[in-house]
Write a protein that binds this ligand. Structure first.
Ligand SMILES: Cc1cc2nc3c(=O)[nH]c(=O)nc-3n(C[C@H](O)[C@H](O)[C@H](O)COP(=O)(O)OP(=O)(O)OC[C@H]3O[C@@H](n4cnc5c(N)ncnc54)[C@H](O)[C@@H]3O)c2cc1C
Length: 436
């Protein structure tokens, strides 16, 4: 679909023009150990002595009010932390939980596909965080977390099937060039909507976090101190806040406080969700497809992705283009030609996914939040103490949500992130160079 230039391609690997990029391991062998010691220290400190004790340890005011805008994947994980800190946490969402990309994404996770680039640490910490969250929150049952084998393959429409022993039997279309590009140690998946909802439910049920369905209009800053004071919602309601997290995805561009600093644009991408009759035949293999629409293989191939899910669904996505983001996420519709193309892809990959064999459960579109330099923006908004931003996660927002949430909690608690080095992601990088 599109490629991020900062991710290195493995030598001699075919270029996959997809949402995600083929895995890279610049060191030649895969390091599977989860060993960011500073992160573990923080994690276990919280686990061992309890969150409220940790709060005292970190001298967080028990009366603090925290407002998190955007009920999506980014910024979610710290909610557990915050809510038990004695702080009153409010989630503000203009539409519904996981109504946008965080509900309609593929949910594919990779340990080492960002190795060698600026996302390496964020991605590795997040991948392992997903694994531990799934244990803590019964992710396998409640949001379809599982390890998967990941394959790349070429599929040509209307060609007769040649059959390949390198492919699982349900991939019975005209496929060739099959390669394993991720193992069950290095790739996994979640159902993003169920994942995000689960985190919100836990925050609400276990930690008394409140949810307000309303649109954020602006953030009020106390001029003297340059510190955040409140958020103002559409209709005029004011919520006082000692800390605010803006996790607005592609809608970051609609908030002047952010758009005056940097550009976030939306890349609209389509997806369909199928329910095949023969769901039991479909194995946990994620597919990155190079798709030719004609036998002549003329023209640029498409780069759809196919993700079977443990609940029997098969998710297929692709077909992206830059487009103005609709004001209301509920108004986002997929274009019929793009949806029709994804159905053709599904049928060509597997006859179990064709019309008559699979029910179409959803036809949808949503926006990847993209920045000019392809990197997320995570950190305190320059000039506004206590106001944090987390956006621009592009095609890796489901993967990188957990570490993003954890570093935000660190920034609020300690004023500094020890889990991941945030220098490359700081919003300060967009400030004009200072005059000496
Ligand atoms: C087709 C597709 C497939 C993808 N597949 C994967 C994948 O397999 N793996 C992966 O890691 N990533 C994937 N991604 C990327 C991932 O979905 C995104 O990076 C991530 O969901 C972005 O999360 P977010 O929280 O920043 O934004 P969003 O999910 O867009 O959420 C922003 C939220 O903020 C709310 N909001 C905005 N403005 C306001 C306001 N003023 N007031 C109140 N609320 C507001 C919106 O209503 C929305 O709920 C995919 C994306 C697409 C489009």
């Amino acid at each position: 679909m599109h490629r991020r230039s900062h991710v290195k391609e493995p030598p001699n690997k075919p270029k996959l023009k997809s949402l995600h990029v083929s895995p890279t391991n610049i060191h030649g062998s895969i390091n599977l150990s989860f060993n960011p010691p500073r992160y573990l220290h923080k994690f276990f400190l919280i686990a061992k002595i309890g969150l409220s004790q940790t709060a005292k340890h970190n001298q967080v005011a028990q009366s603090e009010k925290i407002c998190l805008v955007g009920m999506s994947v980014n910024g979610k994980c710290p909610k557990d932390f915050w809510s038990t800190l004695g702080a009153a946490v409010t989630l503000v969402e203009m539409s519904d939980v996981a109504c946008a990309a965080s509900g309609k994404a593929g949910g594919f996770l990779a340990l080492d596909w960002c190795d060698g680039g600026p996302l390496e640490e964020l991605a590795r910490v997040s991948f392992n965080f997903h694994r531990s969250l799934a244990e803590d929150f019964d992710g396998a049952r409640s949001y379809g977390y599982r390890a998967v084998t990941t394959l790349s393959l070429t599929v040509t429409e209307s060609e007769s099937s040649a059959g390949s022993s390198a492919l699982p039997s349900w991939v019975n279309g005209a496929a060739s060039d099959a390669k394993t590009i991720g193992t069950t140690e290095t790739t996994a998946q979640v159902h993003p909507q169920l994942f995000t909802r689960r985190l919100v439910d836990i925050a609400v049920e276990r930690h008394g976090v409140s949810v307000v369905i309303a649109k954020l209009e602006r953030v009020e800053v106390e001029e003297e101190e340059g510190r955040v004071g409140s958020v103002v919602l559409e209709g005029g309601e004011v919520l006082e806040a000692d800390a605010v997290v803006l996790a607005l995805g592609p809608w970051s561009s609609k908030l002047v406080m952010l758009s005056s600093l940097f550009r976030v644009y939306g890349l609209k991408a389509h997806s369909i969700v199928l329910e095949p009759r023969e769901a039991s035949l479909i194995s946990p293999h994620a597919l990155f497809v190079k798709y030719y629409c004609s036998k002549t293989k003329r023209g640029r191939p498409l780069d759809p992705e196919v993700y079977p899910r443990p609940n029997g669904e098969v998710y297929v996505c692709g077909m992206s283009k830059e487009e103005e983001v609709a004001e209301d996420p509920a108004e986002i519709r997929g274009e019929s030609e793009s949806i029709a193309m994804l159905k053709r892809v599904a049928k060509s990959v597997s006859r179990y996914l064709g019309e008559g064999e699979a029910r179409v459960k959803a036809e949808q579109a949503c926006f990847l939040p993209c920045t000019e330099d392809g990197l997320p923006v995570i950190g305190e908004v320059p000039g506004v103490k206590g106001c944090y931003v987390a956006t621009g996660h592009n095609c890796w927002g489901i993967l990188n949500g957990p570490a993003t949430g954890a570093v935000l909690s660190e920034l609020i608690l300690d004023g500094v992130s020890t889990i991941v080095d945030l220098k490359r992601f700081s919003p300060n990088r967009f400030l004009p160079p200072s005059i000496p």
